[in-house]
Design a protein around this ligand. Sequence first.
Ligand code: C5P
Length: 485
Amino acid sequence: MKNCDLPAIITALGGRRALQDLLGVGPSAISNYLARGTLPQWVHAPVCEALRARGYQIDPGSLALVEPDNGTGRTNGSSTGAPNGGSVLLIVGGGIAAYKALEVARRLQDHDVAVTGVMTRGAQEFITPLSLSALTAQKTFTDLFSLTDEAEMGHIRLAREADLVLVAPATANLMARAANGLADDLATTILLATDAPVLMAPAMNPAMWSNPATQDNLARLRSRGVNFVGPAAGDMACGEEGTGRLSEPEVIVSAARDLLDPAPKGPLAGRHAIVTSGPTIEPIDSVRFIANRSSGKQGHAIAAALADRGARVTLVSGPVAIPAPRHVDVVPVETARDMLAACEDALPADLAVCAAAVADWHVTGTRNGKMKKTGDGPAPTLSLAENPDILRHLSTHISRPRLVVGFAAEAEELHANAIAKLARKGCDWIVANDVGPKTGTFGGDNNTVHLITEAENESWQPMQKTAVASKLAARIAAHFGDNND
Ligand code: C5P
């Protein structure tokens, strides 16, 4: 569909978080939608319904908004401008591991997560608010009763605006106060007031950790939905050994990101998809290879679109210069033979989309090291052997995915060749695209395709590769919806 004013829609719905909750998707899905400037077709109905419930009139075709006169349903929508990875309120407790919280703050920002620091009085005995502010580029809050803090932010707003409250290190004392619902400083007040998910990373002496009082507090906090990462076992700063070390910063960051951006839910939940993408490269010697101009944009976009709809996706990709989509397991390969082996390993699957531009041949008798120019005599000749046909292989496999989709990149007689390919490869659908020299399909952002099945031949308008991916994923979801078993 054509672009809609997505920021306005997000604001009208009450912010990114509201849209995430409505669709059951994570922040990265929203970021993808914002980058594309469109919402996928399958979310139009719930979005229209939610906007109407908030008093907006909306054109269901274009998703254009008509603002209500009385201003109902308007919020500040403050989260639309936030970094794409979401926002974390990082509460630093008073333990020797507090210094590691600085590393956690830095690593979270590597993933585009905005971090605001809160420190207990105890934490300030170990690190200063200035260090944390310098690393987060935000004011660090320390005092429940600071008139300046309250005028700027207010502890309730602080507690509510974050997408996640992370406590690192969570000391025995902080856990005990939180478990008892105390609100005697800024940290505990936030923990009591927040409606965001809470993740605690405990760190304390092993005897304190295993003490029944702490274990009771842990159980109570867990039963109220608080998430925990660690503690880890090993040497402690106090010289003892046992369980009580703060988890490593990357482990904490990974747990935080899982909560900030849970795998999307959608109509393909529970389905496994194999997608091939990019070129294959076939070595001539240790430094030279034969390749093609495939960018991987179409295949990667299909993997992202299937994952957006809840599928577990294995993306088997040749070398590409584009980032891996979120929530997709990437298996990097180089040659066609590696790609086939990776697809075999990924079976069983419910569906396979073969979008890779697989080299038809590989060079036989490849040399180790670099072939030398002799200066005289004839230039060397390459001898080629046919590569396995991955699409055909998957289509005829004993564990054949229920739906196998191939691509046909044709420079001439596109339709006739695609029909012939459908039969020859034994797949269910062919997405045929014109890759003639003037089309710019290879490496470009747009594609003009035809979806060919045994029964149908549908021509799609020229559109972005991301839109082709979205439309194809919607068709695949509908196919599985109609053929449920
Ligand atoms: O035969 P042709 O290369 O035109 O077929 C294109 C389709 O077959 C694409 O879906 C491509 O990913 C797939 N293919 C394959 N293995 C090959 C050659 C093509 O999976 N060796």
